[in-house]
Ligand binder design. Sequence first.
Ligand code: PMP
Length: 344
Amino acid sequence: MNIKKLVKKEVAGLRAYNAKEVPCRIKLDANESPYGISGALKAAGRISTNRYPDPEANEFKKLLSRQLGIKPANILQGNGSDELIYYLITAFGGPVLFPVPTFSMYGIIAQALGENKVPVGLDENFDLNTADMLAAIKKHRPKLIFLSSPNNPTGNCFSAERILAVVEASKGIVVIDEAYQPFSSERGFLPLLKDYKNVVILRTLSKIGLAAIRLGYMIGHPEIVEEVNKVRLPFNVNSLSQAVAVAALGDTKKLRGFIKGVVAERDRMLGKMSSLAGVTVFQSEANFILFKVEDPAGVYASLLKAGILVRDLDDVVKGCLRVTIGTRAENAAFFSALKKILSK
Ligand code: PMP
């Protein structure tokens, strides 16, 4: 039997998301937090293993609605924000427009679901190219637009007025993916929701110390939440994750402290890396730094040899690698290894 002939053509043409484990001493490739919230695991001990999870994740939504000043009806939970991207495209369909380079899952999921993709290049500062975006919106009339701000992998925020121009021009839904918003000096786009029914905000706990529990959420108009909820699998967020999330999010002081620590380390690393000869560093509002070197494959391999795993993005942004901000000691080890490699 020829499985390649049996599978849908959109799926045959895909490559699986590259998330394989590479053994290393210092893991700085996946934009995780260096700080876990292990105290929150105690809450998992109180769940009943024989019962299905709360299908509505009520406690989680109640806590978020208190913290964010919105209603539970504005929130939908996902098994990571990846799953919500899947559900949004399942519910609304394409064309799906996104700037490039950006988070790869928008394109991968659109393709897997057989929807048309409309990639639009960013400008030379990695900001939205307003004229190109508006022209593409007019031409393709996308049902969905995904804007990651701060953007992965470039690290910058898109200008607010350009995002607003896209929101105003779009007859479809504009998803502002704020996975990295906690690390940004900007306030985020939640306030847009009261004026624009077509805006959805996407957030995740993965970057703030809880990647293991796979929990993301979208915030939007109740009518959008209602439609997306129709395609959600009934028990998509398990009881362990719900309990751990509620316990972890309750300790806002600890979470804020960890985020502040990452931001301080990022700014210190931006300064240090900028002073290195042979490296071009891009400013970052996220928990990672994109940087350009002459020989990205060689630098990647040499770093790995030194036990440090970063992300090779040469095929996405020419010559670039991406390093996640770790602990002070991890960052110091990365920096001294990089310095040594470049001086050879
Ligand atoms: N959006 C962006 C921009 C991301 O970089 C990521 C993680 N790499 C996600 C969404 C997905 O996060 P998760 O599924 O872990 O919530």
